[in-house]
Design a protein around this ligand. Structure first.
Ligand code: C2E
Ligand code: MG
Ligand code: MG
Ligand code: MG
Length: 286
């Protein structure tokens, strides 16, 4: 295509793509070092029942504590590892770190389920179940029920049957599954029908404008209805205000996470947050 557009264009195209490849390789190299140097950290965002105030768990969200650039959010580095084996390595690190954190909290008397985000590539690895089983066996004190896996709905699931089988095998280990960013992918309804997940996470883009945009509100209502019909739990992401929470409660969605409840925080801040939340700050909207 570039060649047809003439000499200059060809050179420009060629130069840019070479540059992009170089940059990508450099970033991949740095990410691989970052794994070795243990520069990744997990932040945790609480999920609560807005009616009862109960904290039902936390979502682990990866950050890169970069030595010179500071704390980097996932969009700064995860896109580079998409469809690369490093994404699998990161995914394994995330699961292991979450299990380590569950063990730490258990010692401290805090019993909170953690959910981790897993890309489609990782879950489609042939040995995913075995690796997970191995990791769980290394933490015998952890109840596998306290680990939930969020599958990114936007990521391409090549073979739904295969993924469904993998999930079924993992369910036998005691872990549970959620579909993340529900409604944003190409195959939401197929995944809902075919994947044995017990939780659906309503994507925050629908929540954000649901108070002012009737169509977004209709989508939120529809997803809650679907979840009920399919006997799945449902949680709203990106709940930023009490008004959002109140509206969601009216629509029959009781659980939520979002900046209006708490931003993702380092693990060591969670116990203090949990203490204050249950004693002083429970929303108790109804
Ligand atoms: P996600 O799994 O849907 O996570 C929710 C994202 O929304 C998080 O961004 C969270 O900080 C942000 N968020 C939560 N509440 C609010 C809110 O009220 N308002 C707004 N505007 N944003 C809110 P974060 O941590 O930057 O993560 C972005 C995405 O990166 C995640 O979306 C997930 O897809 C991916 N990701 C994060 N950690 C991991 C990981 O360990 N592994 C993989 N494969 N992907 C991850
Ligand atoms: Mg998630
Ligand atoms: Mg999400
Ligand atoms: Mg997302």
């Amino acid at each position: 295509v570039a060649k047809q557009k003439g000499k200059n264009c060809y050179h420009l195209f060629d130069f840019e793509s070479e540059d992009a490849i170089k940059l990508r390789n450099e970033v991949l190299h740095n990410i691989s070092c970052a794994i070795e140097l243990n520069e990744f950290v997990l932040y945790y965002q609480p999920k609560v029942n807005m009616r009862t105030g109960q904290i039902i768990g936390v979502e682990a969200l990866i950050r890169w504590q970069h030595p010179s650039r500071g704390l980097l959010p996932p969009f700064e580095f995860l896109p580079f590892v998409e469809n690369h084996h490093l994404s699998v390595e990161i995914g394994e690190w995330v699961i292991e770190e979450a299990l380590t954190q569950l063990a730490r909290w258990k010692k401290a008397g805090l019993d909170l389920p953690i959910s981790v985000n897993i890309g489609a590539l990782q879950i489609q690895q042939a040995n995913f179940t075995n690796r997970l089983e191995k990791l769980l066996r290394a933490y015998p004190e952890i109840d596998p029920q306290n680990l939930q896996i969020e599958i990114l709905e936007t990521s391409e699931i090549g073979d739904v049957n295969n993924v469904s089988q993998t999930i079924n095998n993992c369910l036998k280990l005691g872990v549970s599954f959620a579909i993340d960013d529900f409604g944003t992918g190409y195959s939401s309804l197929t995944y809902l029908r075919r994947l044995p997940v017990d939780l659906i996470k309503i994507d925050q883009t629908f929540i954000r404008d649901m108070l002012v945009d009737a169509e977004d509100k209709a989508i939120v209502m529809g997803i809650i209805g679907l979840a009920n019909s399919f006997d799945r739990k449902v949680i709203a992401e990106g709940v930023e205000t009490i008004a959002h929470g109140t509206a969601l409660l009216k629509l029959g969605c009781e659980t939520a996470q979002g900046y209006g409840i708490a931003k993702p925080m380092p693990a060591d801040q969670l116990p203090e947050w949990a203490k204050n939340w249950t004693t002083d700050q429970a929303w108790q909207i109804s």
